[in-house]
Design a protein around this ligand. Structure first.
Ligand code: 13P
Ligand code: SF4
Length: 415
């Protein structure tokens, strides 16, 4: 099956955000000429199936191909881009955002195909929140251009380990009524379902505090998965002392904790972390403050507690961007988050006299976000143009139900 070129007004609107800048076009008039040209260009004989053909090509040769495929797909498809994506990829996104914002868009869009330029757990969540295939043929389909784009933090909690943890908590004398599980969005759909089924919910870095409030309205204790840092930073900000938090180590018997410690704890934190954000250290904060008096240090709450305590503000990627946007001219920031976002902000806000540096310049790169390359994106889109859905992310129906419950609870509490 082939896709007809969609030259509707909305197609032009979709690509208007991205293409003119990239190709140096000046106005919408230029854009329509450009779209006309690329859509009517003679088809080139090529094997759109084989990813290898794409991987052998340099990045810049993908630009026009992505733009052309994007234009042909029109309203049927949206491209979602997380803020950690590479510039060569995110410039094609119809929507950019943090994980909360992107999940909301996924839940609301009418598009049939969602191409997720992000990582696996984000695409899984989009599939859970998408329109079900009922009647058949009407459902949405989610594509992750590279299936290797995972998240090392999400991999730190496996469903079997989490079930064992829960059983051990019950065996230690806790009752299901006194504890609510919350999982960070950065987890598998199976863990989201686990939480949904046990009166719990999902949160992101932009609504973790609200999720904690919600849970404490229903139980005395929280089990927080899988990021100990986000859990600790959130609980501490609510006034819970560190002495009332314990860390559950899935590789130790009973999590390495005695029943007495579990009974006394208000928050049980899973021993997981983000290997990117864990690189930021309190010494880095001291160093930039000494070197640049007056600098503002803003960090993602996946950073260690000691770093967050020294920072001026914490926030999800979307909030970090907002903090820079709303600062006055001449402000200077050291940002503790993934390097692509920091570099992009530095470039974007330099003309406004705002100076932005990374909190640690040893390279805090999320290698899995980086897996989504222009070649993978072109491959996924050109296959879609030919009616082939590659790298579809599909959550099993039995897992879908309860993970949707947990995600819906999160969407109800908002960001
Ligand atoms: P945000 O939801 O803040 O974008 O964070 C997602 C993430 O994976 C950060 O490491
Ligand atoms: Fe996962 Fe960390 Fe990468 Fe975010 S930055 S996707 S938490 S590994």
């Amino acid at each position: 099956m082939g896709w007809a070129a969609d030259r509707s007004e909305s197609t032009a609107t979709v690509i208007a955000f991205n293409i003119p800048v990239q190709f140096g076009l000046k106005a919408e008039k230029d854009l329509s000429v450009f779209v006309e040209e690329i859509v009517s260009a003679p088809a080139v004989e090529q094997d759109v199936c084989s990813l290898d053909n794409y991987l052998a090509q340099p990045d810049h040769t993908m630009d026009e191909r992505i733009a052309l495929a994007r234009a042909k797909l029109g309203k049927s498809t949206i491209l979602l881009g997380h803020h950690y994506q590479r510039d060569e990829v995110i410039r094609f996104a119809d929507y950019t955002g943090d994980s909360y914002k992107l999940s909301k868009i996924a839940a609301e869009t009418e598009a049939k195909y969602l191409v997720f330029c992000g990582v696996h757990f984000m695409a899984e969540s989009a599939d859970v929140l998408g329109r079900p295939d009922d009647p058949p043929g009407t459902g949405q389909q989610v594509i992750l251009p590279d299936l290797n784009a995972g998240c090392s933090m999400a991999d730190m909690a496996e469903i079997g380990q989490v079930e064992d943890c829960w059983d051990s908590l019950m065996a230690a004398g806790l009752s299901p009524d006194e504890i609510v599980p919350i999982t960070y969005m950065n987890s598998t759909a199976a863990i989201k379902a686990f939480c949904g089924e046990r009166r719990g919910l999902v949160c992101t870095s932009s609504n973790a505090g609200k999720a904690f409030d919600w849970a404490f309205g229903r139980a005395e204790k929280i089990l927080f998965l899988p990021d100990q840092h986000l859990g600790r930073n959130t609980a501490f900000a609510m006034g819970i002392p560190l002495s009332e938090m314990v860390v559950w180590d899935p590789y130790q018997i009973n999590g390495g904790l005695t029943p007495a410690r579990l009974k006394a704890a208000k928050v049980i934190l899973w021993k997981g972390h983000c290997s990117v954000h864990q690189r930021f250290l309190p010494e880095h904060v001291d160093k930039v403050r000494a070197k640049y008096p007056g600098i503002q240090v803003i960090v993602h709450p996946e950073c260690r507690w000691e770093v967050c305590q020294k920072a001026d503000a914490l926030g999800s990627t979307e909030r970090l961007i907002h903090l820079v946007e709303s600062a006055r001219e001449g402000s200077m920031f050291a940002i503790g988050t993934e390097i692509h976002l920091v570099n992009r902000l530095a470039k974007q806000f330099a003309p406004q006299g705002k100076r932005i540096i990374t909190l640690d310049d040893t390279g805090c790169l999320c290698t899995t976000m980086y897996r989504i390359s222009p070649q993978h994106l072109a491959w996924a889109l050109e296959n879609l143009v030919e009616g082939r859905v590659v790298n579809r992310i599909q959550v099993r129906d039995d897992v879908k139900h309860w993970s949707r419950v947990a995600l819906d609870r999160m969407l109800e509490i908002r960001a």
